[in-house]
Design a protein around this ligand. Structure first.
Ligand code: ADP
Ligand code: MG
Length: 913
């Protein structure tokens, strides 16, 4: 059983064998049974972060807000003035409201933290002598794992092998210059600089390695630090800032109005001071948009959840908002716009071409080259090409004989493994014969990779990559079974063949090799990848994703531009771009080299037109993104590799690929696509737009009821108290922080409304409280609500004899009349929640009952109203009573004309939708 705790010193200074022994493991790892036993002991390999704000603090915050304090004070004054029941009721309302806000905030927190679990990190680890892909949380000490550029290191580990390994340890040290790491021990300066140790939480910038884990989870250095430091403060999104400002402004206005009303009540109506204060308090509470912030946070969080369902994991709430503002998407081609299911369709040799026929992954002999079985011994060029394809390859395909199985690596390389297998070459077997000595890893700037392998005493370098990048390094060509100097005509023939396939949207990888006689340890990449012998090309097909066609159309109507930025060749990129409808015939294709020669001004002019960037390196992406940003665009940019990280960080929305992306890219990104699919970016943008417009709907709705709540008081003052207050303070509180809450919340989860992708992106400078919201709330819905409720108040009084009998601010008639005001506001709010659900479309188009949360909210508000009418103690406190059937008829019919009139107005103003 495992019970070792290895310290840094022995891990770094003992021999590897001593450490391996000590950890009771081997250089090929442990068995899965042993691993399970160890996991039992060590616990999952996870960092348990200290929770930020305590729940208690979060709860208390809601009871010391401005409005809460006003209500506490109001309660005290009511009690002091002898209105004990009122005072207690005000407090009760305050507590319910605070609790509700707390619940909202917690739901939001839960929603976002649940997302973190949706995207596990993986390690490539040896178990039972086989390399498998495993969730990093299941890693245990003694596990031997592989690393390559872009991976994050999942445990504190000692290197067993390492080639040109560079590790970014900035998460531990703050130092951004990558550290060189190697198998032999060099102490280095400062903490974490032992050359042969790598640490959890760091990332691999370049190179490859195998390492043995000796500490996992909270035992790691990173875990220790995480335990010490509190979670960093949650950031406030610009939207939340704007709302905070808005809330403060509205609160100030509310208080000013309250003071004014107080003075008027005392001086003009000669109301008692305490009563005037309570009256003013009602006004203030009516106008403070108390539910705004927590509701917005919750809407953002719900937006994040909906995006997750559509395969886009957003890392912070901030991005939800930015997504809705996106004007340009810079997108990769491979895997994002296309399926990333590469199949080798053709093989180009200097003197002939093969078509690879037959589908799937079938054993030797069943699949044909040019329709016939090939004897590789009679085809030395093909043999060599497939050998390079199989050996200069970091991908493993776990398969059976019938179908292509799981891929551990990249689809491009998997396609090569598969085509070799079709001809009867097993990459696994071959790589046992040809031991790999060294690797010059693939890099999207170099666009090629090489390995040096040895069979018997013969060492060879195998290179594969883009045609230009490979053939440029070649001095010779393999022609039949002879090697001869390469001619210009060979290059032209190869290029022509590449172009022919590229025009059909196919990409090709060139292969070359040579014998290596130099001393490998000191062999630099440039010298190694030189004087090569050109062999040929493998042509691959990667069909477009069928769903992107529609998504691209959606972007067009939403006025979002798509700029393809790809490492592939110009012709391939153009062909795919035209097929899927991103660009037309007039498109300009700019290659990386051309881009380098362009000035910023020229680039600005170029990106205004239809454009594709091809043959670019990730560094170019950064320039493209930042140029677009200086032009005022809000840019989303995709990426997957280590070198994409700067562009991902620079972009307003950095989008990393969840399946094929490196851990480094995922770290740098704001959003991760769990399916690598372009469509998911568009869905996320749609949801982002919806969240913003939902928050506006919510704002519209709560402002609307403010008018209905305030008008009765205005009437009271204007009539110098002659018309008794049609809506009492307790009744105002009932609406404002009672019946309005749930339907308002329901607006936060409206689905993206039809047409939301038919308009231009929102300008980031636009205000939430737009003119449209303002006039609809105060000038239109609010006025209707006020009119029907005050009308109801007078009507009830009329039924009881008014104007013959003077209105009395007491007694059963007053209770009945104010109940009517209250009920009419609630029923007019039912209409207004329906009208708020869409800015331009009719609610019938959305489906009247399609938002279940709103349905539920309406049900609850009617229940509250019924309780106020029929539960005697509540009747006392809220000054309410039952209504006659005529009144009910009025209430029930009320929402219908309001909704119909508004739908008519929308129809006239915006046309049929
Ligand atoms: P994209 O930008 O479309 O995602 P990639 O970055 O995958 O394109 O590839 C860019 C170019 O790099 C390819 O056209 C190809 O020439 C080369 N390339 C891609 N993958 C490999 C690989 N595994 N080994 C060598 N060269 C590669
Ligand atoms: Mg790529």
């Amino acid at each position: 059983m495992f019970k070792h705790k290895i310290d840094l010193k022995s891990a770094s200074q003992d021999t590897i064998n001593a450490l391996i022994d000590d950890l009771n493991t081997t250089t090929r790892g442990i068995s899965s049974a042993e691993a399970a036993a160890r996991l039992e002991q060590t616990g999952p390999n996870e960092i348990q972060q200290a929770v930020g704000e305590s729940q208690f603090k979060m709860l208390m915050k809601n009871f010391i807000s401005l409005m809460a304090i006003l209500l506490w004070v109001g309660g005290i004054i009511a009690i002091l003035a002898g209105m004990t029941e009122l005072g207690l009721a005000i407090w009760a309302v305050n507590i319910i409201n605070g609790g509700f806000s707390f619940w909202q905030e917690r739901s939001a927190q839960r929603a976002t933290s649940a997302l973190k679990k949706m995207l596990p990190t993986y390690v490539h680890v040896y178990r039972d002598d086989k390399l498998i892909k495993l969730e990093a949380r299941d890693l245990v000490p003694g596990d031997v794992f592989n690393l390559q550029a872009g991976d994050s290191v999942s445990a504190d580990a000692r290197l067993i092998t390492a080639t040109s390994l560079e590790v970014d340890q900035s998460s531990l040290t703050g130092e951004t210059v990558p550290e060189d790491k190697q198998v032999t021990f060099i102490p280095g300066e400062g903490k974490y600089s032992e050359s042969n140790l790598i640490y959890a939480g760091t990332t691999v910038g370049a190179g490859t390695a195998t390492a043995v884990a000796f500490r996992t989870g909270m035992q790691t250095e990173f875990g220790q630090i995480a335990e010490l430091t509190e979670n960093s403060k949650e950031e406030v999104t610009p939207l939340q800032q704007e709302l905070d400002r808005l809330t403060k402004q509205l609160s100030m206005i509310a208080i000013a109005i309250g003071i004014l009303f107080f003075i008027l009540a005392v001086t003009i109506v000669h109301y008692p001071v305490a009563k005037s204060f309570i009256f003013a308090l009602g006004m203030i509470v009516a106008f403070i948009p108390e539910g705004l912030l927590p509701t917005v946070t919750l809407s953002l969080a719900q937006g994040v959840q909906r995006m997750a369902k559509r395969h886009a994991l957003v890392k912070n709430l901030n991005s939800v908002e930015t997504l809705g503002e996106t004007t340009v998407i810079c997108s990769d081609k491979t895997g994002t716009l296309t399926q990333n299911q590469m199949t080798v369709t053709n093989i180009i040799l200097p003197n002939r071409e093969f078509e690879v026929t037959g589908r799937g992954y079938v054993n030797n002999g069943k699949v044909k080259f040019n329709g016939a079985d090939v004897e590789l011994t009679a085809q030395p060029q093909l043999d060599k090409l497939l050998q390079i394809a199989a050996l200069d390859n970091d991908t493993r395909v776990q398969t059976d004989d019938k179908s292509v199985g799981k891929i551990l690596g990249t689809p491009t390389e998997a396609a090569l493994i598969v085509v070799a297998k079709k001809a009867g070459i097993s990459a696994d077997e071959l790589s046992h014969q040809y031991r790999r000595l060294k690797e010059y890893t693939f890099d999207s700037s170099r666009k090629r990779m090489s390995t040096i392998n040895q069979i018997d005493s013969k060492k060879e370098i195998f290179t594969k990559g883009g045609l230009d990048e490979v053939i440029g390094q070649c001095d010779f060509v393999l022609d039949g079974d002879t090697i001869r100097p390469i001619q210009d005509s060979d290059r032209v023939t190869a290029k022509d063949a590449e172009k022919k396939y590229a025009a059909q949207g196919l990409r090709s990888l060139a292969m070359a090799y040579r014998e290596v006689t130099e001393d490998i340890d000191n062999l630099q990449m440039d010298q190694a990848e030189a004087k090569l012998i050109y062999v040929g090309q493998a042509v691959m097909m990667d069909p477009p994703r069928p769903e992107v066609f529609d998504a691209i159309k959606k972007c067009k109507t939403a006025q979002i531009r798509i700029i393809m930025v790809t490492g592939d060749s110009a012709l391939t990129a153009k062909s795919i771009g035209q097929t899927i409808g991103i660009v037309g015939d007039g498109v300009r294709v700019i290659t990386g080299d051309e881009l380098d020669a362009m000035s910023n001004e020229e680039l600005k002019v170029a990106v205004k037109q239809e454009v594709i960037f091809a043959r670019v390196a990730p560094e170019h992406k950064f320039r493209i993104v930042s140029t677009l940003q200086t032009m005022g665009e809000v840019v989303a940019s995709t990426g997957d590799g280590v070198n994409d990280a700067p562009a991902l960080k620079k972009a307003d929305i950095g989008v990393a690929m969840g399946v094929t992306g490196t851990d480094v890219a995922k770290d740098a990104a704001d959003m991760i696509l769990t399916d690598d699919n372009f469509v998911s970016i568009v869905s996320a943008i749609e949801e982002g737009r919806a969240v913003y417009s939902n928050i506006q709907k919510f704002l519209l709705y709560i402002l609307t009821s403010n008018v209905g709540e305030a008008m009765p008081s205005v009437l009271f003052l204007l009539s110098r108290g002659l018309i008794p207050l049609p809506l009492t303070v307790m009744q105002i509180l009932t609406i404002d922080i009672g019946t309005d809450m749930l339907p308002a919340l329901g607006l936060g989860s409206e689905k993206p409304e039809p047409g939301i992708m038919n308009k231009a992106p929102r300008n980031p400078k636009d205000h939430l409280m737009s003119k449209n919201v303002l006039w609809r709330a105060f000038g239109w819905y609010g006025m209707i609500g006020a009119a029907v409720s005050i009308g109801g108040y007078f009507w009830i009084n009329h039924l009881h004899g008014w104007p013959d009998v003077s209105l009395a601010a007491a007694g059963p008639v007053y209770a009945e009349a104010t109940t009517m005001t209250l009920a009419a506001i609630i029923f007019s709010q039912i209409a207004s929640v329906m009208n708020s659900r869409s800015q331009k479309a009719s609610v019938f188009k959305l489906g009247v009952f399609s938002n279940h949360k709103i349905n539920f909210g309406i049900l609850v508000e009617i229940l509250i109203l019924l309780m106020l009418m029929y539960v005697a103690p509540l009747r006392e406190v809220f000054g309410t009573t039952t209504l006659q059937w005529q009144a009910w008829l009025y209430l029930i019919v009320l929402p219908i004309p309001i909704v119909l009139i508004e739908n008519l107005r929308k129809r006239i103003a915006y046309g049929k939708r």
